[in-house]
Design a protein around this ligand. Structure first.
Ligand code: FES
Ligand SMILES: [Fe+2]
Length: 350
């Protein structure tokens, strides 16, 4: 079960080319994305005729042709042409989904279209933001999305999973961050004091702040400061203190199936503090780090799968994870409670 009334990331906008349909599965629903002129369309990837995937179809102007027997669909999902037949049945229509391009992502609303509110698209930084020099990537997981959310809600794993790559040292594990529950997510803040890592390099003081919003969207901002900045800020938000280096990261976790997920991520350096080569170094680093996460999480999934009654034992670092998972559980309860009543109202009306 998933939260349906939320915006899920389906793709990077630049990966959806004109005249080239793109297949994606979100919450177990096959979806085809395509461009009808200026308009991006997300619809059921299943022809009404014999259920062939429309993502194997051909864009013809503002329509999409199924390339099995040639039926043509418009941007509202309606069949507008059936080869060899003049009559088009009224029910010849596939489901369309509310869809928005924002922050360089294509967002699809998986729930009740009447409730699709663009204001619920969580904050992220895309290529349209001139302040940042970004790089990006994506990874597919053989694991349920929840495990990836849990990973991103607890950065204490940096000290161990990413011991050799991110090289943050132990401090991030030895003291939990400040964790703040928000309306649709969790916010984390912390100072990492200057230290030496395993190979003796000095790790500078940094302020790390990130939010993790429904249904699984991360936005982080990290600033590196001269020694003493944490002290000067009273170990709270550094405010306007000048950062030596600023970086940003946006990440999205999209459940495809019960045990498959797609992870979209970008990382960038602020234009005032670095250049393309700094960006490239960070991209290389997170490419390595995110493979480390995936290896651990897929291995964790395999153990969970052979465990008859899997139970967890939360720690002090799980505060954010617990808040977020409770938020998800509550929304799912509300949605499943609402669903039968909608059904009975429909029945009453009929
Ligand atoms: S399956 Fe699409 S036209 Fe036949
Ligand atoms: Fe990680």
């Amino acid at each position: 079960v998933y939260v349906k009334n939320a915006w899920y990331v389906a793709a990077w906008t630049q990966d959806l080319e004109a005249a080239k349909p793109l297949a994606m599965t979100i919450l177990e629903e096959p979806i085809v994305l395509w461009r009808a002129g200026d308009r991006v369309v997300a619809m059921e990837d299943r022809c009404v005729h014999r259920l062939a995937p429309l993502s194997r179809g051909r864009c013809e102007g503002a329509t999409l042709r199924c390339m099995y027997h040639g039926m043509v669909f418009d941007a509202d999902g309606k069949v507008v042409e059936i080869p060899g037949q003049a009559l088009i049945p009224a029910e010849a229509k596939v489901r369309t989904y509310p869809v928005v391009e924002k922050h360089s992502w294509i967002w699809v609303w998986m729930g009740d279209p009447a409730r699709a509110d663009q204001a619920l698209i969580p904050p992220a930084v895309g290529y349209d933001d001139p302040d940042w020099i970004l790089g990006h990537g994506q990874l597919d997981y053989k694991a349920e999305a929840r495990l990836i959310n849990d990973n991103l809600l607890d950065f204490s794993h940096f000290a161990f999973v990413h011991e050799q790559s991110l090289n943050t040292g132990r401090a991030i594990a030895d003291t939990p961050p400040t964790t703040i529950a928000e309306a649709r997510g969790v916010r984390f803040q912390r100072w990492n004091l200057a230290s030496r890592n395993a190979i003796g390099d000095i790790i500078p003081e940094s302020w790390m702040e990130y939010e993790y919003n429904l249904p699984g969207i991360l936005l982080s901002l990290t600033g590196t400061y001269a020694p003493g900045a944490a002290e000067a800020a009273n170990h709270a938000h550094p405010g306007d203190a000048p950062a030596l280096f600023r970086q940003v990261s946006s990440q999205a976790v999209t459940p495809m199936g019960p045990k498959t997920s797609r992870y979209f991520f970008s990382i960038g350096v602020h234009r005032m503090s670095g250049d393309e080569s700094a960006r490239d170094a960070m991209v290389a680093l997170i490419d390595k780090a995110f493979i480390e996460d995936r290896e651990m999480i897929e291995a964790q999934q395999r153990i969970i799968d052979v465990t008859p009654n899997p139970k967890i034992m939360p720690t002090a670092h799980d505060r954010g994870t617990t808040i977020f998972n409770q938020m998800i559980a509550k929304l799912i309860r509300q949605e499943t409670a609402a669903a039968p009543s909608e059904l009975s109202t429909a029945r009453a009306r009929a």
